[in-house]
Write a new protein. Structure first.
Length: 247
């Protein structure tokens, strides 16, 4: 596949075009299913539109729990087919909790470790008796058929990399996407699990943060973004860094 290109399509379409182990590293932070809520003890997608959990202007982020689980199970399976290492960020929210705890079980032999992203402070919880969330998790997966925590394709030396990374939340670049992976976090992962000129893939590239950091750190990259408004914003954000982007 062509590198340094964002594909304005569902990542499952992009993944179907990729050859086995053609990607050196995946770095991504998918939508969290923030707008699937609990009402009277049952899941519901009904929520007031002004609620702060609506982080995406053009995306509901409210899949039924099983649909959310099946989606990420399929995508992770494909990512492990095409890539050497996968860094998959998620946050425990009502709409993701059951799905990701099941996924951790499903992929327990592929998960080498979990990085805790310490954001420093938590946003106020949406309801009473709910903990403020001051951290997120990044699953580090590798399909090497070997037990243990050793990551075959890591580039850091003994004692250099902690499984807790303290980075404040990313700045919100536009009104289109209010949930942005911070550049510093992407850089930490690129430095730990890739080398110069490696190919990095982000299946949920959003406003283009992964691509921006790849340009700064001399990595090739591929991105997928289904939402056209975010796709256009990512291209605009990348214009000062690169002039031969495909549109």
């Amino acid at each position: 596949m062509e590198t340094n290109k964002i594909y304005n399509e569902d990542c499952e379409i992009t993944l179907a075009k990729m050859q086995d182990k053609s990607i050196d590293l995946v770095v991504t932070s998918p939508p969290y299913n923030m707008r699937t809520r609990i009402r009277n003890g049952e899941y519901t997608t009904r929520e007031k539109s002004e609620h702060f959990s609506k982080k995406y202007k053009h995306f509901d982020d409210a899949l039924p729990i099983d649909d959310f689980y099946q989606l990420h199970k399929r995508i992770l399976t494909e990512l492990l087919r095409v890539s050497k290492v996968v860094c998959y960020n998620f946050q425990i929210v009502t709409g993701s909790k059951e799905a990701f705890f099941k996924i951790i079980g499903d992929f327990n032999t592929k998960i080498k470790d979990i990085i805790i992203w310490d954001k420093g402070s938590g946003q106020p919880a949406m309801h009473e008796n709910v903990l403020n969330s001051a951290y997120e998790m990044i699953l580090i997966l590798e399909d090497d058929n070997k037990a243990g925590r050793l990551i075959q394709n890591a580039t850091f030396r003994r004692g250099e990399m902690s499984n807790i990374i303290r980075v404040k939340r990313g700045k919100k670049p536009t009104e289109i996407n209010g949930a942005v992976f911070p550049e510093k976090m992407v850089a930490e992962l690129l430095n730990a699990f890739s080398n110069d000129n490696d190919i990095i893939y982000d299946p949920f590239i959003g406003s283009g943060t992964t691509a921006v950091v790849c340009e700064k750190l001399n990595r090739q990259w591929i991105g997928s973004e289904l939402i056209e408004e975010q796709y256009k914003q990512a291209l605009k954000r990348l214009e000062p860094l690169k002039h031969n982007l495909f549109t």
